[in-house]
Design a protein around this ligand. Structure first.
Ligand SMILES: [Zn+2]
Length: 255
């Protein structure tokens, strides 16, 4: 008899649990349902991570989407586009603990490249496929959608405008976009980094480098161009720029 009572209590308990479980509103997540497949198909950095690290990447993507708005200007923004923006943000800081882009609230996606006068900024890049806002455009990043997608194309090589602009934001964290991100470069690495910058710029000027010549514009562009090369094509970067590769592994805290 006592066992029947126990069983009845147990079943009632399970029914109550089931009732509450079914009544509970679905957990809304900013990470799209097909997000894993999108990342696997489009983001090689993600594809090359172990299963555990893939989960951590997804979590960081979701965290980013919680505090940054991604809006299309005269275009519809798809899950793919939102994930490519978030992946561009997460890749440079993936191995950092709890990084937040404090200097960003909105990413605007444009259907084409744009001209810098439109945005009152002097930090537009040459092809003006991306920029980090200044003055009234503070905390806003602008990206050309076709070029954002192009950067994640399997044949993109060293350029990735999304990663490039987020590296500028990391650089800006200490107040100056000067190619010397104080949060990343500890003082003892500074002289080695400056020596490598000068050496590499010399090679580019003498046509002895595979690095995009835009890198010699100034130190900030050098840092963004070479970092984007490092993330987008790490094997090629390692082969051709080993000393810089080793230093960037330290800066970006790769295991
Ligand atoms: Zn740039």
């Amino acid at each position: 008899m006592p066992s029947i009572i126990a069983l009845t209590i147990f079943i009632s308990f399970m029914l109550i649990l089931l009732f509450y479980y079914l009544k509970k509103p679905p957990i809304t997540s900013l990470f799209p349902e097909n997000g894993v497949n999108i990342l696997l198909n489009h983001v090689s950095f993600y594809r090359n991570l172990s299963d555990n690290l893939k989960i951590s990447f997804q979590k960081k993507v979701e965290d980013f989407l919680k505090y940054v708005n991604i809006e299309g200007v005269k275009i519809q923004v798809t899950d793919l586009d939102r994930l490519l923006v978030a992946a561009s943000a997460v890749i440079p800081i993936f191995y950092f603990d709890h990084w937040k882009y404090n200097n960003l609230s909105t990413v605007l996606l444009y259907p084409h490249s744009f001209n810098q006068e439109e945005f009152l900024s002097d930090e537009a890049d040459r092809d003006v496929s991306g920029m980090v806002g200044n003055g009234p455009m503070q905390r806003i990043m602008i990206l050309s959608l076709p070029q954002l997608r192009e950067g994640f194309n399997i044949n993109a090589g060293q350029s990735n405008v999304g990663i490039h602009e987020f590296v500028h934001l990391l650089d800006k964290e200490d107040g100056d976009v000067d190619g010397l991100p104080q949060a990343l470069l500890d003082k003892k690495n500074n002289p080695e980094y400056m020596r490598l910058v000068d050496e590499t710029i010399h090679e580019i000027k003498n046509n002895r480098s595979d690095i995009d010549a835009y890198a010699i514009t100034n130190r900030a562009e050098f840092f963004a161009v070479t970092s984007s090369f490092f993330f987008n094509a790490p094997d090629e970067f390692k082969r051709n720029h080993e000393a810089l590769y080793i230093l960037y592994k330290k800066i970006y805290r790769w295991p």
